[in-house]
Write a protein that binds this ligand. Structure first.
Ligand SMILES: [Zn+2]
Ligand SMILES: [Zn+2]
Length: 258
C-alpha cells in the first residue's frame, strides 16, 4: 500500500498578531501560510482543506463582506493557490475523489466549489452551526454553501476502511472542527491538525487564540490534549494549521513530503 502526502501552498494571510497570541504586544501584524494537503491513496485522491477562494483574494470586501475582510490581508503569489499547486503535481480538480474540510473558515474551504466530482466529509455539527450563523446574518457563503456532495459525520471516520486516513473530531475552534490522521507508505504517521492547533507554540504553551477564534474554550483545550497525546504517546507527527516555521521544513509540491 503506497500512500503519499503532499503539502500545498495556498497563499498567505496577514492579521493582528494578538488574534493568534492574545498576550502579544498591540499593533503587531503577522503573516501565516495557508495550507492544504493532498493524500494519494490506491483507492482515491483526497484533499484536506481547500485554501482560499480566488475571488476572495481579488476582492475581499465584495467576497467576504467588509466586516470580515477588514481583519485580514490575503496574498496568493504566482504558482500558489490550490488549483495551481494541483496542476504542478499533474492533477485536475476532477481527479480529486474525496475532500475533508477541517472546518468552514474561509481559509480552509475556499475552493470547495472546484471539486464537483468529489465526496465531501464534514462533521454534522460544523454544517449545522455554520448554517445557523449564516441564516442569522443573512449572508450566503459562496465558499462552501454550494450543491456539493456533502456527507455529514458524527465522530470518527475511516475514509478508505484500512486505517490509512482517519478523520478525528477536534472541536473547540469551531463547533465541528476535525483533524486527519494519515499513515503513509513508509510507516510514518501524521496528524493534520488544522486550526485545532495553529502552531507548535500553541501546543507547547497550552495556549488558545483570541476569543474571536474560539467557539468553545473548554472543548478547544480538550482537543489540544487529544493532539498532544497523539504526539507523545502514539508517535504521530503533528502538522499545525498555520505554522510558518514548520511548513517551511516540509518538502514543497510537486514532491510528496512523506
Ligand atoms: Zn479557523
Ligand atoms: Zn485557518
Amino acid at each position: 500500500m503506497t500512500v503519499k502526502l503532499y503539502a500545498l501552498n495556498c497563499g498567505t494571510l496577514e492579521f493582528d498578531r494578538r488574534s493568534f497570541f492574545p498576550d502579544a504586544p498591540r499593533g503587531m501584524a503577522m503573516r501565516v501560510p495557508v495550507a492544504a494537503f493532498l493524500i494519494v491513496h490506491p483507492k482515491g485522491k483526497a484533499l484536506f482543506d481547500t485554501g482560499m477562494h480566488a475571488e476572495g483574494i481579488r476582492d475581499p470586501d465584495a467576497h467576504y463582506g467588509k466586516d470580515l475582510a477588514k481583519y485580514f490581508k490575503l496574498f496568493c503569489g504566482a504558482g500558489e493557490g490550490l488549483a495551481a499547486q494541483l496542476q504542478l503535481i499533474g492533477l485536475k480538480p476532477e481527479d480529486i475523489t474525496h475532500v475533508v474540510n477541517s472546518h468552514f473558515h474561509f481559509d480552509h474551504c475556499g475552493c470547495n466549489g472546484l471539486f464537483t466530482r468529489a465526496e465531501f466529509f464534514v462533521q454534522g455539527a460544523e454544517m449545522r452551526v455554520t448554517r445557523e450563523a449564516r441564516a442569522a446574518d443573512g449572508r450566503p457563503d459562496r465558499d462552501w454553501d454550494l450543491p456539493l456532495n456533502y456527507r455529514l459525520l458524527e465522530g470518527e471516520h475511516d475514509l478508505f476502511g484500512d486505517g490509512a486516513l482517519v478523520i478525528v473530531p477536534t472541536p473547540g475552534h469551531t463547533a465541528g472542527h476535525q483533524s486527519l490522521r494519515v499513515k503513509v507508505g513508509s510507516g510514518l504517521r501524521f496528524c493534520l491538525a488544522g486550526d485545532a492547533c495553529y502552531t507548535q507554540e500553541h501546543l507547547e504553551r497550552d495556549l488558545l487564540p483570541s476569543t474571536g477564534a474560539v467557539w468553545n474554550a473548554d472543548e478547544m483545550r480538550r482537543s489540544l490534549g487529544v493532539l498532544r497525546r497523539m504526539r507523545d504517546r502514539e508517535g504521530f507527527a503533528l502538522i499545525y494549521g498555520h505554522d510558518d516555521a514548520q511548513l517551511r521544513t516540509l518538502r514543497a509540491a510537486p514532491e510528496a513530503f512523506a
